[in-house]
Design a binder for this molecule. Structure first.
Ligand SMILES: *Cc1c(COP(=O)(O)O)cnc(C)c1O
Length: 400
């Protein structure tokens, strides 16, 4: 700092402009953003009291906890109907902390072969360095899961609706397999949201979300969530804090704002998706449509039984005749639907699993899963269904 600065410099006046905790607090309708990295204490006794009793409404340091994060996680625990929820800076932060909270060196994981690419990369390139091993199983085949179980298996990982072919798993049967082997079941519920299914009601021990998707809902924030029991959650929360994977206050505020309209958005998105799926089945350029709400989808019966409110999600995948070249022509023709390798925003987007979400898989793994060069995935938004059908119909006719 320069010696020439006058005593009453800007720096000093800025420092002394601290909040006055003694005046009557303002009463905003909406929770403000606590955009602060640290919180203050009156004296040494006050900080001791904080450490000893964790008084309600007191915080120390945002990496350890912040009112915006707590407001969000309280809502999310209610949505998934679990004892606790924890937030992190992304879905991958939540998945990493959830796995590391349960598995230690020497433990084994049985994972669905239809899994988010990032989760696979985490196990294959990071957690393998710390002595955590895994094997794949087809989670449609319960005998295959049984065969994959080892005495050291501590965790089963799957998604309630798989990406991109939208297969549905029998949560209760798989939870029973896990528990018979004294293992836990972790379900990534990102695609389904708790509006479709609450995996904890079907035996899942840990539920994770990429809040970047439907919870945020506007493609403008990254975040992740773990919903679980107090006993399992404590280690996970400690890992989020210690690894520094904490959600930022503004991001927590944005996600909390998104969650207020989750039900309105998601129901509309599901309704649009169902219409688009049945429309696509009638198009000659399309060789196959994947949507669990269609009676032709292999998981339809399971979905109908397990899912709430006749909702089947807002993702629709379809295969075009003609492979990658046809995909390019469709994308160029569908000028109003952006190609964006993510999902769940209010506007419809297109993605291409073969070279984006499933880039980390080998060619053989992709083919075994049915992820071919002609496969496209739509994340359906809240636009008017008639506009969407017209746009997609037009693009399919132009590309011919
Ligand atoms: C996007 C996604 C993730 C990862 O979430 P990030 O917020 O991108 O870290 C995990 N699982 C599923 C199913 C996803 O779609």
């Amino acid at each position: 700092m320069s010696k020439d600065l006058p005593k009453n410099s800007q720096t000093i006046s800025a420092r002394t402009a601290k909040p006055n905790h003694h005046q009557e607090a303002p009463r905003p309708e909406v929770m403000p953003i606590y955009q602060t990295s640290v919180f203050t204490f009156d004296d040494v006794d006050d900080v001791e009291e904080y450490y000893a009793n964790h008084p309600e409404g007191r915080y120390l340091y945002t990496r350890n906890g912040n009112p915006n994060i707590d407001a969000l996680t309280e809502t999310l625990a209610k949505l998934e109907d679990t004892e606790v929820a924890y937030a992190s800076a992304s879905g991958m932060g939540a998945i990493s902390a959830a796995i590391m909270g349960v598995c230690h060196a020497g433990d084994h994981i049985v994972m669905s072969n239809e899994i988010y690419g990032g989760t696979l990369v985490l196990l294959r390139t990071v957690l393998n360095q710390f002595g955590i091993t895994f094997s794949f199983a087809d989670f449609q085949d319960h005998d295959a899961i049984e065969r994959a179980m080892l005495p050291t298996t501590k965790l089963l990982i799957a998604e309630s609706i798989s990406n991109p072919l939208l297969r549905v798993i029998d949560l209760e049967a798989i939870a029973a397999i896990a528990h018979n082997h004294h293992a836990y079941l972790l379900i990534d519920n990102t695609f389904a949201t708790p509006l479709i299914v609450q995996p904890a009601h079907h035996g899942a021990d840990i539920v994770v979300h990429s809040a970047t998707k439907y919870f945020g809902g506007h493609s403008d924030v990254s975040g992740g969530v773990i919903c679980t029991s107090t006993s399992l959650g404590e280690a996970m929360s400690h890992i989020i804090t210690t690894l520094g994977a904490t959600l930022a206050p503004f991001d927590a505020w944005l996600i909390a704002r998104g969650v207020k309209t989750l039900s309105l958005r998601f129901r509309e998105q599901c309704k649009n998706a169902a219409q688009i799926a049945s429309f696509l089945t009638e198009q000659s350029a399309v060789s196959h449509v994947f949507y669990p709400g269609l009676s032709t989808h292999e998981s339809h019966t399971k979905a109908k039984k397990q899912f709430q409110d006749d909702l089947y999600g807002a993702m629709v995948s379809f295969r075009l005749h003609g492979g990658k070249e046809a995909v390019n022509r469709f994308m160029q023709a569908a000028t109003t639907i952006p190609f964006a390798p993510s999902l769940a925003g209010v506007y419809t987007t297109l993605s291409y699993p073969y070279t984006t979400s499933h880039r980390g898989f080998t060619e053989q793994e992709r083919l075994d899963l049915g992820i071919t060069e002609g496969l496209l995935r739509l994340s359906v938004g809240i636009e008017h269904a008639s506009d969407l059908l017209a746009e997609i119909g037009e693009a399919l006719s132009v590309m011919k």
